[in-house]
Design a protein around this ligand. Sequence first.
Ligand SMILES: NC(=O)c1ncn([C@@H]2O[C@H](COP(=O)(O)O)[C@@H](O)[C@H]2O)c1NC=O
Length: 207
Amino acid sequence: MYVGRFVVVAPGIGAYRVSSRSFPNRRVTDRDGTLTVGPTPDAPETDNPYVSYNCARAVRTPTDEPLAVVGNGSHVDPIAEKLELGYPARDALATPLLALDFEKDDYDTPRIAGVVGSETATIGVVRRDGLVIEAVEEPTIVATYETDSPEPYEFAAADAETPDAAAAATEVLGADFEHPVCAAGATVDGDGVTLAFDNDAESVAHD
Ligand SMILES: NC(=O)c1ncn([C@@H]2O[C@H](COP(=O)(O)O)[C@@H](O)[C@H]2O)c1NC=O
């Protein structure tokens, strides 16, 4: 099954995967602590506005709570900024998702995102037909296609004794959905946020 991009969140851990039919020559890079999706050096040029963006950011709220944001587009930045201003996660997700809305491409691709705290997780999606934001207690997925409403997800990284952002990235990259490209993972505890990524789709490919 092809679900496109997807987000998984649970309290303390989250991940984001790029799956792509049209733009597979992409990778995650770390730019000053923000994880960015962009073309590999050998990728054909494109003017598609949706292929490069910050996909994972670490933020601090005004009360110094560490949070991680993951998502599939330019909305990740304003979500992070709202959290830094003290918006609750629900509102920090809803406001930019609604303002930017679904993507104006051939598929009306939804925007998806998650906010992870040490003991909280919130997931959101804006589609042409709706906006859903949910606080969740168990691992939950939302994807751009097919699974475009939040659903429970079996996420082994959330059960690990020591949560590991790199393991979260590798697990979603290896998940059995078509066209894996690259992935980011995040863990959050009282001390802060750890972000990691995995670009080695070949070693996990199922298709
Ligand atoms: N975020 C991304 O990495 C991303 N990659 C591709 N898209 C959009 O989704 C469309 C379909 O892409 P694909 O065939 O790779 O699933 C693309 O034309 C583009 O408009 C994206 N937009 C949202 O997911």
